[in-house]
Design a protein around this ligand. Structure first.
Ligand SMILES: [Fe+2]
Ligand SMILES: [Zn+2]
Length: 367
């Protein structure tokens, strides 16, 4: 290990020499335009070491002459703050997200809405919308003419649309276009979509285009982040189990067979943050990823979690009206709907997780 002391601050940078050589940002190592590395890792000698280390006069940058005849300049503070040792020590909880139950979200509803005219004309409105999605995992666009074309126009103003076998923009009613409960009039409990995809959609968008000659069909939303944190504080063992056990999901129809297995609660190994929740009691495949002797413990944990998710103070119920588009984080917010009568047409689409987070980064909302 190399130990490089900054005499001004007294801080000592402890790094692996090969790592440091691999993090040279000079024009020979990095393509300035693409920010991509330009060299083959094997071109750096395995035993590379600094011959000479010297701080510049400003006390923040230091230069190294390497044993492979390469010269590098580094920003001491940048390196110091970026190390795993710092990131994992700080483990401050993510302040860009506010977990919510019904009363919390109702107090903050005004932060969740933009109208289409503002969204089209103002970058500030785009930022308001994406901020709400990062903070609460749910947002609305109002005053959208109720047709699939305007739904698409509103979303494309902010995000590219994800293409799946359902198409890009989909419309659904109780006409059974796909082998899925969504294409019926039945009650649908809180869930996330695409538990059977290798990469579940990051955002989901729904727009009620029409509901005639009937009643019901209210949608409800539950913040999975809040529910998972409740599980953590009330039943730690159950949380740890759901973090570990892989639950397979599948989707089968003519010429489609999607299958994927992952835990219901995915926590980042380094930051300890919850990064993805998968919950869909309907799309579960044959469950054979743990021995039968562990089943009763698993089902007990699953039931404890579902009781929190399905409690009335978790659920925010609202009737989606034609003209209002709801966007929600399919890795965080669970959605469901009450049974309905009459004829109803919904339009919607998905956005890939990576496109959602990229937009949020470009807007300076997350790192
Ligand atoms: Fe769904
Ligand atoms: Zn270099």
């Amino acid at each position: 290990m190399l130990e490089i002391e900054n005499k001004r601050s007294g801080k000592v940078l402890k790094v692996d020499p090969f790592w440091l050589r691999d993090h040279c940002r000079c024009n020979n190592c990095i393509n300035v335009e693409t920010k991509q590395r330009k060299y083959n890792l094997l071109d750096i000698p395995e035993d590379v070491e600094p011959l000479f280390i010297k701080f510049q006069n400003d006390g923040t940058f230091f230069d190294i002459e390497w044993s492979d005849n390469h010269s590098s300049t580094y920003d001491f503070n940048f390196l110091y703050q970026s190390l795993y040792e710092q990131v994992s020590n700080s483990k401050q909880h993510n302040t860009s997200r506010t977990p919510w139950n019904r009363s919390i979200i109702l107090q903050n509803e005004r932060h969740l809405r933009v109208n289409l005219t503002d969204l089209i004309s103002s970058d500030g409105a785009v930022k308001t919308l994406v901020s709400a999605l990062i903070r609460y995992g749910i947002a609305f666009i109002d005053e959208v003419p109720p047709n699939a074309e305007m739904t698409e126009l509103a979303i494309r103003r902010v995000f590219p649309i994800m293409k799946t076998f359902f198409g890009e923009m989909w419309t659904f009613s109780d006409v059974k276009d796909h082998a899925d409960t969504a294409y019926t009039k039945e009650y649908l409990g809180s869930h996330t979509d695409n538990t059977y995809f290798c990469d579940a959609a990051g955002l989901q968008i729904l727009h009620c285009l029409s509901h005639e000659n009937g009643m019901g069909g209210e949608n409800f939303f539950v913040d999975g982040l809040h529910a998972a944190k409740e599980l953590y504080s009330r039943h730690l063992n159950a949380f740890e189990l759901l973090k570990r056990v892989q639950v397979p999901g599948e989707y089968v129809e003519t010429s489609q067979y999607h299958k994927y297995s992952a835990p219901m609660i995915h926590v980042d190994d380094i930051t300890d943050e919850i990064i993805q929740l998968r919950l869909n009691v309907y799309d579960r495949a044959l469950f054979n990823t743990i021995p039968q002797t562990e089943m009763s413990e698993f089902y007990d944990a699953f039931r404890k979690y579902l009781k929190i998710v399905q409690s009335s103070d978790s659920q925010w119920t609202l009737k989606l009206q034609p003209g209002t588009l709801v966007l929600f984080d399919n890795w965080r917010v669970f959605h469901g709907r009450l049974a309905y009568t009459g004829s109803r047409t919904m339009s919607g689409c998905y956005v890939q997780r990576t496109d959602f987070l990229s937009k949020a980064r470009v807007l300076g909302l997350i790192e």
